[in-house]
Write a protein that binds this ligand. Sequence first.
Ligand code: B1M
Length: 209
Amino acid sequence: MPDLQQLGEAIKSGDRTKSTTLTQEAIDAQVPAQEILDVMVDAMDVVGQRFQNNEIFVPEMLIAARAMKEALALLEPILVEAGITPVATAVIGTVEGDLHDIGKNLVAMMWKGANFDVVDLGTNVSPAKFVEAVRTHNAQLVGLSALLTTTMPSIQKTVEAIRSEGLDVTKVVIGGAPVTQEYADQIGADGYAADAASAVEVARSLIES
Ligand code: B1M
């Protein structure tokens, strides 16, 4: 039986060799992907708390994130169930000024799994880039992620840019640790999701509405 506690420890200490080996062992032992993912997310929460308490600093946070990203990449094929015809096209990105991408990547994976055609613009994406991508890909859905309270205004700017271009049929879903339903209502986003799983439900209901 693979040791998931060790996996959490490997992520916390930024040991990517161990984090990927243990993840692969868990996958091979048919541990449910959600169970593996929960361990990873909990580990990153601990990393965040340590950072907040000044027990670790940005370099340690960065290597922990790298250990998680590489392990997460192994889970992607399992989280993504390939569909035949995409339900809709979605553009996703982390908003301008923000470099956090693990949560955004998870939402992208879950949307792919829900059979959306996903165009991932990466991090630090300007409102103009979002608008351009929506036009180019004729996207019905846009996902905006922000992890910093200081980058939340970039979400609002992006929503305003999309609306001012008259792209009203495109539904906007927002999320990220500091983001709330109240904030989504305040800035006129169509939907808010607290986590990657509910981002699928929210996206589906918006597309079907
Ligand atoms: Co940063 N960081 N970070 N960081 N970092 C946080 C966010 C922080 C809370 C840490 C802390 O102080 N406790 C804090 C923000 C404080 C605040 O603004 N309130 C913080 C800070 C301050 C910073 C810097 C400013 C540090 C500095 O330089 N002094 C700096 C900013 C850089 C920048 O962006 N301009 C910085 C840098 C970094 C690293 C680069 C080192 C690294 C990111 C690496 C990477 O992403 N590639 C990093 C990390 C790893 C974190 C923590 C530890 C972990 C984030 C994470 O990946 N969580 C984080 C503390 C924490 O969150 N516990 C922290 C796991 C991930 C699965 O969760 O991203 O929340 P999350 O995604 C969830 C939901 O939020 C939601 O679903 C996901 C999964 O269910 N969700 C969506 C996310 N996007 C969504 C979109 C949706 C729907 C749901 O629809 C489209």
